[in-house]
Design a protein around this ligand. Structure first.
Ligand code: FES
Length: 583
């Protein structure tokens, strides 16, 4: 290998030399240092495939990282290239204050800049936990180098007193039962030992599973690569094969812009709806598409959802777990059902089209996890887009995980002005609330919280939960974990902290939700709203005058812009941004 590709551009160790003003010296010095780790000139003359290692002592979802790096290295070397692993930051849901979403863009910048700064001809990115995969795809899309996504894979289920349990739908179910007094202190301690029985990402159709599957549908992952459990031999074989494909991608210069096209994003959105995927998936796909200069049209997304039913019987919309979906054939079983709705000509990382990959997949067989289109789990797509005077820029509801009797509902607002306010008052015996009221949470959006935390799954007030009430209509500008369920309106845009109408709601106002008509309406007259608008004061955040928090608050876009930073999107779409623009 000469160290130059067919266009005579430098490749391998000769790429992106450090600037010393003398290219020969820069290469001499670089090789001298890497030889300190025992490499030969023969090894250093090979194409280089980077491997993004996001292992961390705080990230149990990535607990199999070392084995996957090793397997990917094996595949890269079998294909004749040199693997070089390197770290980036790692973000775990439960170990990120204030919220992992606050750090996603930082991880995407780290990924982009490390891919760009270091010499590699292609890159294998290993992520898994919710925000890591979108961060890596955003970074790779901007870096423009051939890139392939590998995920750590879902965890297996645990067992608690004879019932199968798994993070995190069952975490929420048991906690809600504990709050309602149905589960005692001993049982909540016992189940805490069983909910995450091993390494891997959440084993239901949460954000991690959703992002893995939409990434495969997008074409950025090895076909069949999204569902294998973290601890399985399949997962290691996928890693080895991913390494081999990365070498091929480097030779073909198969860059992300050739795969992540507008049509590929439509395929990904179609799959997102059909799997009953996490609402976070829409925000992340908006951010990834934004990096490619593509805007996701919420109206088009809603229109797709009217034709695409939910086909996958996984929690929280259904009954089963990711290991069951893998045993049922994985994503290709879903893709076969969706075939008439997909653009089969989209390219994948293999260099073949999505249609060719579906044809080449192992034959289908009888199973009961993915339903036929005429017997769906839910008759429409998992999500619906709402608009109205309460959400001029749109809002989302995961209708497949909502209560049918609350889909059309009018009620009195019970308002919490912040997450802290909610935590302080929601369980107070004097809270003026009934089961027919609508809980409203303000200032929990991208700027308001900040970081748009997963606070949209507001707890049912304890005195209402004690009556056996499991669901109420809840509305916020926050996000919700993909593992949660309920009649919960999210991502209200523009957010309250940016002067959106959600911030103008007061206790006792009437709100009307009509999912069938895709409407969300605040029944307060305009003159009164104008008056309240004059009194609006944006929330202040401690520590917002410096560092990453300042960058975040100055630059973050609204939900319809994927909560990316404005300066990370290509200039071509910045001027078109609607509520996605920061102000
Ligand atoms: Fe990592 Fe759920 S906490 S995937």
């Amino acid at each position: 290998m000469s160290g130059a590709d067919k266009d005579d551009k430098p490749s391998g160790m000769r790429k992106g030399l450090t600037s010393y003003g003398d290219a020969g010296f820069s290469l001499f010095l670089r090789k001298a240092f890497i030889k300190g780790m025992g490499y030969t000139d023969e090894a250093l003359d090979r194409p280089i495939i980077g491997i993004v290692d996001t292992g961390s002592g705080f990230n149990a979802c990535h607990g199999n990282m070392a084995e996957l790096v090793e397997a990917a290295k094996r595949g890269i070397m079998l294909a004749g290239a040199l693997p070089v692993a390197f770290p980036t930051i790692s973000v775990h849901e439960s170990f990120s204050n204030p919220t992992s979403m606050f750090l996603r863009n930082l991880m995407s910048m780290d990924t982009e800049e490390m891919i760009r700064a270091q010499p590699m001809d292609a890159v294998v990115m290993i992520g898994g936990c919710d925000k890591t995969v979108p961060a890596q795809l955003m970074g790779a899309g901007s870096a423009g180098l051939p890139a392939i996504q590998l995920v750590t894979g879902p965890m297996l289920t645990g067992s608690h007193r004879g019932q199968k349990v798994g993070a995190c739908t069952d975490c929420r179910r048991f906690w809600a039962a504990y709050r309602a007094g149905e589960v005692d202190d001993q049982e909540i301690a016992d189940v805490n030992d069983q909910l995450v029985p091993g390494t891997g990402t959440c084993g239901v159709m949460g954000t991690a599973s959703t992002m893995a599957m939409v990434t495969e549908a997008l074409g950025m992952m090895l076909p069949g690569g999204s569902t294998a459990p973290a601890v399985s031999a399949d997962r290691r074989r996928i890693a080895e094969q991913t390494g081999k494909i990365a070498v091929q991608m480097a030779a073909q210069n198969l860059t992300p812009d050739k795969i992540m096209t507008r049509a590929a994003f439509k395929n990904a959105l179609t799959v997102l709806l059909a799997i009953g995927g996490s609402t976070n998936g829409l925000i992340h796909l908006s951010a990834i598409a934004g990096r490619m200069g593509i805007q996701i049209d919420l109206a088009e997304f809603d229109a797709i959802g009217r034709n695409i039913p939910v086909l996958v019987d996984l929690k929280p919309s259904g009954q089963h777990y990711m290991q069951d979906l893998h045993a049922a054939g994985g994503l290709v079983t879903v893709l076969r059902e969706l075939r008439p709705y997909l653009d089969l000509d989209c390219l994948t990382v293999t260099g073949r089209t999505l249609g060719e990959e579906i044809d080449a997949a192992p034959a289908s067989f009888a199973q009961d996890i993915v339903t036929p289109r005429d017997k769906p789990i839910y008759h429409q797509g998992g999500m619906a887009v709402l608009t109205g005077n309460l959400a001029p820029g749109g809002a989302i509801i995961k209708q497949s995980a909502a209560s049918p009797d609350l889909m059309v509902h009018r009620g009195r607002a019970v308002v919490f002005t912040s997450i802290e306010d909610m935590a302080a008052r929601v369980d107070h015996p004097d809270l003026d609330v009934t089961k027919d009221d609508i809980l409203v949470l303000q200032n929990a959006g991208p700027k308001g919280a900040p970081g748009m935390p997963e606070a949209g799954y507001m707890p049912i007030p304890r005195k209402i939960a004690a009556q056996g009430v499991k669901d109420m209509v809840r509305i916020s500008d926050a996000r919700m974990s993909g593992t949660a369920s309920g009649t919960i309106v999210l991502h209200v845009t523009p957010e309250s902290a940016q002067g959106g109408p959600l911030g103008l709601v007061r206790d006792g106002d009437e709100i009307e939700l009509d999912v069938t008509a895709r409407k969300i309406t605040l029944h307060v007259d305009e003159a009164e709203l104008d008056q309240r608008r004059k009194d609006f004061v944006a929330p202040d955040h401690v520590g917002s005058d410096r560092g990453y928090k300042k960058l975040f608050l100055d630059s973050v876009l609204q939900a319809d812009g994927g909560c990316d930073f404005d300066f990370l999107q290509p200039t071509s779409i910045r001027s078109n941004a609607g509520y996605g623009s920061k102000s």
